[in-house]
Design a binder for this molecule. Structure first.
Ligand code: IMP
Length: 183
């Protein structure tokens, strides 16, 4: 039989249906909160692309979006602690109401760096919408205003999240079998 991506998943943590329902709730909340202000989303490549694509289609307010890429990992499952800007935004955020769309807040280092960059560039406001929060591994304080799900300290993949660039296309979020990453 052809090996399937799903064979590497130890457990499905968040089903496709649960993600869809939560994305609708988040979009309703964000649409209410930004009813008076035009909203500019900053998606963090590449993990947040699928979440952002689903989220924007549920927002009922006008919205623009741009992408930024930050690196703190190699092909490993642990942050190196060194955050670097890999791809900058195409547009200025000055005087705009920015909502960072992130896949997961883990150590908090990426978010901390991003918040600093966007504030320096004089955004009118900066908030964060994270699909997942993994508070157990936080190294610096970083709070997201909107959180999809809080997850335990496991390496998770799917719905945009990768291990060595794979598994992003799984429609659910699952824990990877430790033997896949030598854990
Ligand atoms: P932080 O800087 O440690 O908060 O890490 C944020 C980035 O690490 C996320 O945007 C993800 O790209 C990656 N990351 C953290 N935990 C996981 C995970 O469990 N699976 C996949 N990627 C992760």
């Amino acid at each position: 039989m052809t090996p399937s991506l799903a064979d590497d998943i130890a457990e499905v943590l968040i089903s496709e249906a649960a993600i869809e329902a939560r994305v609708r709730e988040l979009a309703a909340e964000i649409s209410r909160d930004y009813a008076e202000n035009s909203l500019h989303l900053v998606g963090v490549l590449r993990g947040a692309t699928i979440f952002l694509a689903d989220l924007v289609r549920r927002l009922t307010i006008p919205v623009t979006f741009d992408f930024i890429a930050i690196s703190s990992y190699g092909a490993d499952t642990r942050s190196t602690g060194i955050v670097r800007l890999v791809k900058d935004l195409d547009e200025s955020v000055e005087s705009r109401h920015v909502l960072i769309v992130e896949d997961v807040v883990d150590t908090g280092l990426t978010l901390n760096y991003l918040l600093e960059v966007l504030r320096q560039r004089k955004a009118a406001s900066v908030e964060v919408c994270a699909l997942l929060d993994k508070p157990a591994r936080r190294r610096v304080s970083a709070a997201a205003k909107y959180v999809g799900f809080t997850v335990p300290d496991a390496f998770v993949v799917g719905y945009g999240l990768d291990y060595a660039q794979r598994y992003r296309n799984l429609p659910y979020i699952g824990a990877l079998r430790p033997e896949v990453y030598g854990g």
